[in-house]
Design a protein. Sequence first.
Lengths: 291, 312
Amino acid sequence: MLAEFLQFLFSGITVGATYALAALGFTLIYNASHVINFAQGEFIMLGGMLAVFFAQMGLPLPAVLVLAILVPALVGVLVEKLAIEPVKGAETVTLIIITIGASLVIRGLVQVWLGKNTFSLPAFSGDEPIHVLGATLLPQSLWVLGVTALVVVALWYFFNRTLQGKAMLATSFNRTAAELVGINTSWVLFMSFAMSAALGALGGILITPITLTSYDVGIMLGLKGFVAAVVGGLGNGLGAVVGGLLVGILEAMGAGYVSSAYKDAIPFVLILLILFFMPRGLFGGKSTDRV
Amino acid sequence: MNKRIYFGLYGLIAILLVLPFVVPNSFYLDLAVRMAINAIIVIGLNLLIGFAGQISLGHAGFLGIGAYASAVLPMHFGWHPVAAMLTGAMASALLAALVAKPIFKLKGHYLAMATLGLGIIINIALRNEAQWTGGPDGMPVMPMALFGVEIASDRHWYWVVAALLVLTVWGSLNLIDSPFGRALRALHGSEVASQVVGVNVARYKVSIFVLSAFSASIMGSISAHYIGFISPNFADFFHSIELVTMVVIGGMASVYGSIVGAVLLTALPQALATFEGWETVAFGAILMLCMIFLPRGLVPTLAARFGKGDDK
């Protein structure tokens, strides 16, 4: 009983950590621009696929990691410069369609370049499972959780203790006011795309040894990251992390105890329930509008 | 109603009447039927996006409900196709109302999230309930018969959907000019202001969403009968996105824009087929370029450029 429960919990928090990183990516961009970036999932895919590509070239793991994070970050910046900045202030639907267009371009290019096959990446430190109270835990899961925890702490530090981080926070609260006190808000937009692409890619790299990857994994991962961001209250960083873990755990429990065929539906049932009963998410504040 | 709006309608009727006699072969007739089907769905969706200012990212789910109602009910339970079609449409409308009621009490783009979730759940259910739906492989659909006459050939279907398209355009133009439509337009302008002058914002939004879901479901049924085969891809996220794209490319809040958007985006995959392997890249790039250079959509942008002004 306990062993089974623990097993589901382990796999849940592992995937949940990836969703959390994706959700943080959504949150960053949403705060900087109110754009819901539907290309977020493609950064997860890009991270995993590039890691596989660079690893097959024979590069050492640290180089693989750096390159597979930097290239997607560069792609994120390109998307922002070429497609989001020129249409600043456009309607939400327009911006959503642009990010969907970007996701199709990225997915299509990877499909042309690396094909439609499924790829695997060797685990960072072996495949010897660790036994915990009858359940098994892959060393790679510890990598996923450890790195995610580090990233969350680093982000917290960045947003609360550095000038750049505070400038980004200020922009998310009130863009005009931020501009008035001299914050370069287009730099903020630029940074938020670079950072969220990097976060997505990192999640994609870490999870690939466990779940495998292919050119089309980004759609589902991205949508679930989006669900996680909404569950936590869109725009709330802590909420994104909790939302990600919650979505991952519920999905794993649902797959284990209820129906594995409906595993992918669980996050979306969750989002409907959240919208009906606590529409601002678990951590979203009350909002008031000035007429 | 503005007279000029009717010129557009007469023009449309003229084109639809001539079209089947000038298309070179059945390939183009088939394309025309699919364009018209998409145009009807997109007009309904555009009422929601363009006038109520809300996005549905799961409209293909309603298409799926209609299509599978028309496939499953006659096949497994011996229902008459028309009864099956109406049942599907009622189910879609009911589901839309159930989802929309709590959502529209909130401000913001929550409908986008809710419909996204709903669409994906419907798609997963269609894939999994293989004993009824044939699972990912899909299932055949029995032919449609009205008063004992089977609608079978492309040409039959062409006249059916052409008539439906004209009806939809006429109905939408009237709806937009009715008090209901004026309320919707007020809503898009300023929700608070319209509330102040007594428009029941939530109720109007729910009605328009239910209407667009109903219309999508009916067209889903018609597509299913026309193609004679249905698979869950018909109800997937990508198809929902395609529909929203047709609205935005043609032009939000523009009935004729919806037709233009549907025609262009239905033809696009055919045109892109020559790019072998690069279709996705090309499709994505075209989407982005259209949105960057024509953010208001083709028809309103062109109408503004040539000074016609009125771009319904």
